[in-house]
Write a protein that binds this ligand. Structure first.
Ligand SMILES: Nc1ncnc2c1ncn2[C@@H]1O[C@H](COP(=O)(O)OP(=O)(O)OP(=O)(O)O)[C@@H](O)[C@H]1O
Length: 275
């Protein structure tokens, strides 16, 4: 069963059709990278999967059931910037979500439950390289550290689906390489299904198990708003694993050892390409 099943989905804002006829099956544990021209509706699509947007037509199933209307703990999200709360420490940022979940009124848990939660937060923060920065505030962290914090903040709630909107877009190339390695490690360890929007094709092929291209196939210069974008390509990325020293499946730099080598592209008319 697919984790997410997107069936003939349309997004419209007033008279503007942004997306049309979007069909996509996303297997549990897949890493979908979405690319496409600016303004074609990638972020709107993510907002739909998050539950912040309703489709004008069509339906979305999460694990075979209609997706809840509201964003919930089953879906985590990381944006390019501003995913973390500036007035909370690193540890406070990671604890807030689960604490609000277990105690919506107080926003704080107690006793054994809290100790277990703090332990889990410590472990996750060490894993993303922030074990020494637990009591710092976001303003005291670099951009890369803030994005690692945002990932930890989303993952502590053990979402089934993680939505990433250009999460590494504002980072320097070197830092980006490091965070790519971390991202793949976290994805492999947690088995979470990821849908990521990116402007960087290389990043899409480096991280994705599928690269999905949104584009406007029908265009009328006189009626620019009448037709929306749809999926023009859905490309499976097959990787050849290149063993390396101290092989743990995770390479030490951005070149990574799982080279994306081969692609298979179902035709654009294929209505429900699968993972
Ligand atoms: N809440 C909204 N109300 C009205 N129009 C909107 C809304 N959100 C997005 N749009 C419009 O929908 C279109 C798609 O926007 P969206 O942000 O989804 O594109 P995108 O592909 O993510 O763009 P970019 O790559 O530049 O970030 C744009 O024309 C935008 O102006």
């Amino acid at each position: 069963m697919s984790a997410l099943s997107i069936r003939n989905v349309w997004i419209e804002y007033g008279s503007q059709v942004v997306l049309e006829r979007v069909n996509l099956e996303i297997d549990a544990g897949a890493f979908i990278a979405i690319v496409g021209p600016s303004g074609c509706g990638k972020t709107s699509f993510l907002r739909l999967l998050l539950g912040q947007e309703r489709p004008a037509r069509g339906s979305i199933l999460l694990d075979g059931k209609p997706m809840p209307d509201e964003p919930g703990p089953d879906r985590g999200v990381v944006f390019q910037r501003y995913s973390v709360f500036p007035h909370l420490t690193v540890l406070g940022n990671v604890l807030l979500g689960p604490e609000l979940q277990s105690s919506p009124l107080l926003g704080r848990s107690f006793g054994r439950r809290r100790r277990a939660l703090v332990e889990r937060a410590h472990a996750l923060l060490s894993e993303v390289g922030l074990g020494d920065s637990l009591h710092k505030y976001p303003a005291q962290l670099s951009g890369g550290m803030q994005q690692r914090l945002a990932l930890a903040q989303a993952l502590i709630r053990q979402p089934r689906v993680l939505l990433l909107d250009e999460p590494f877009g504002a980072l320097d190339p070197g830092i980006r390489g490091e965070i790519h390695v971390l991202m793949r490690k976290l994805w492999k360890e947690t088995g979470v299904t990821i849908v990521m929007v990116t402007h960087d094709l290389r990043e899409a092929f480096l991280l994705g198990t599928r690269v999905v291209v949104f584009d406007r196939l029908r265009k009328l210069p006189t009626e620019a708003q009448r037709y929306g974008a749809t999926i023009s390509q859905n490309i499976a990325v097959h990787r050849r694993h290149v063993p390396g020293p101290g092989d743990d499946g995770i390479a030490a730099n951005d070149s990574d050892r799982d080279d994306p080598i081969a692609v298979e592209t179902p035709g654009r008319d294929d209505p429900t390409p699968t993972h």
